[in-house]
Design a protein around this ligand. Structure first.
Ligand SMILES: *Cc1c(COP(=O)(O)O)cnc(C)c1O
Length: 463
């Protein structure tokens, strides 16, 4: 649903009907543990702290806007996923959600594997010491150079996404004298979003090879014939921000159906099945995500049941959570610049960042929460909209939120659950420099990705 596509025009769409705001929370100073990182709390003076460090000190030392990442929470979530899936399954963190060398080291230490989908992500992973055999390489249009680097590095698997790529990877692997482990990504005709999934006969999207019409079966036939490839399994990824497991159920049923066809036609039982990522997190108090152990239990049961019915050995399962690990671990810290009440509508609160550090609201109509964090307040709640500093009226960070009516320039506000797809999708729109990522753990804060400077911007501009 795009704002500009509204039949009555963007102006109309922006003026929301009465009652769009839910009731204000009982206590504006409260921090819902569902949407805030694990070590976040408000101290006795009303200042919010993370990892034992007040946000006022973080703002002083690192400036605003800044992404503040709770390393303790990141490690705990990574470990929870690892533990939930145990030794008979693999967890691949989807690097596109947020990747840096520190993150790669944490994943390595916590025993997770890593998905990359570009040469840049691969370079980051390798430079921080992720063993190549624990890296999976994705993408619907990997360049031959990227494929060559991945094969040379010895990545654990390349996920094949098209007929051209089957031949391309096989050719490069042969040239390099290798046999590359690969999976084939299939589209199973399931599209899952949040609370519903849509099962369709045909897939109208760029990723994967459709199961429909025997295309995936043909891809398997070709991959099995090429001696540069070792086909280890089938891959399926059905969507994002999913809470309802029934989409996975349909996907697993269809993928296992393909495994059975492969066994019947070729006499091989492929040893692996990858069910992708897409598990949802809480952006607001209305969202109720599942715990990793519930997800692991559900997915394992689904695959086991389907395989028993098809009389197949249960393959090794892998999953690829990105958002569900990093999303809840960070918040964006902003300073309020202007507060503009519009009579009868709402109050516009402008912060020192915007769509350049969080494009998700403009791009997906995403919902976020926000809180005043540099102090507590007993003022009445006001209907607010948090907007950025960009030259674009769609530059909205939080569309509908309650903030205390005494909010003033200089206050710090924070938007939680910005760990995934915010820094990784950040831009330089309006030549705004991208914020740093500051990791906090046990009273120590350190920059893991530094703030971009105007010098950085000018260095790319060679005149
Ligand atoms: C994006 C993506 C993921 C991760 O999705 P999340 O919503 O962050 O969990 C996993 N696997 C594939 C193939 C993806 O494209």
């Amino acid at each position: 649903m795009s704002r500009s596509a509204h039949p009555a025009g963007p102006r109309h769409a922006d003026v929301l009907p009465e009652g769009h705001y839910s009731a204000p929370p009982a206590d504006l100073n409260a921090l819902d543990g569902k949407v805030w990182a694990q070590t976040v709390s408000r101290d006795d003076h009303g200042v919010v702290a993370v990892g034992g460090i007040p946000v006022t000190r973080l703002a002083e030392e690192f400036g605003t806007p800044a992404y503040i990442l709770d390393e303790t929470d990141f490690r705990a979530r990574a470990r929870a996923w690892r533990t939930a899936f145990g030794h008979d399954a693999d967890v691949f963190y989807a690097g596109k959600a947020f990747l840096s060398r520190a993150v790669v080291r944490w994943l390595n230490e916590e025993g997770l594997n890593l998905d990359v989908c570009s040469g840049g992500e691969l370079a980051t992973a390798l430079s921080a010491g992720m063993p190549a055999d624990r890296i999976a390489f994705h993408g619907n249009n990997k360049s031959t150079d990227e494929i060559r680097r991945a094969v040379e590095a010895g990545v654990g698997r390349i996920v094949l996404d098209s007929f051209q790529e089957i031949v391309r990877v096989a050719h490069i692997a042969r040239e390099l004298g290798r046999r590359q482990r690969v999976q084939i990504r299939v589209t199973v005709g399931v599209e899952a979003h949040t609370h519903e999934f849509i099962a369709t006969a045909h897939e109208d999207q760029k990723f994967g090879i459709p199961l429909a019409g025997g295309q995936a079966a043909e891809a398997v036939r070709r991959a099995l014939q090429l001696d540069g490839l070792e086909l280890i399994g089938i891959h399926s990824h059905i969507g994002s921000q999913i809470f309802d497991m029934s989409g996975f159920e349909v996907a697993a049923h269809r993928v296992v159906g393909l495994l059975k066809d492969i066994r019947d036609e070729h006499g091989v039982e492929l040893p692996e099945i990858d069910l992708g990522g897409g598990l949802g997190i809480a952006y607001t108090s209305d969202d109720d995500p599942r715990e990793p152990h519930e997800i692991a239990k559900a997915l394992t049961e689904i695959v086991t049941r389907e395989c028993e019915a098809a009389r197949l050995r249960t393959p090794r399962i892998s999953v690829e959570p990105g958002r569900a690990i990093v999303g809840p671990t960070a918040f964006t810290l902003y300073e309020v610049g202007t507060v503009k009440p519009l009579d009868g509508l709402r109050t516009y609160v402008s912060v020192d960042g915007g769509m350049s550090d969080n494009i998700r609201t403009a791009l997906y109509d995403a919902e976020y929460s926000v809180a005043l964090v540099s102090r507590s307040s007993d003022a009445a709640p006001m209907q607010a909209r948090v907007v950025g500093k960009h030259c674009e009226s769609g530059d909205i960070v939080v569309k509908d939120a309650f903030l205390p009516a005494d909010l003033a320039p200089g206050d710090l506000i924070a938007v939680p659950a910005t760990g995934a797809y915010c820094r990784s999708m950040a831009s330089n729109y309006n030549h705004v420099t991208r914020p740093p990522v500051v990791a906090v753990r046990d009273g120590v804060a350190r920059v893991i990705v530094r703030r971009e400077t105007e010098e950085d911007l000018l260095r790319l501009d060679v005149g």
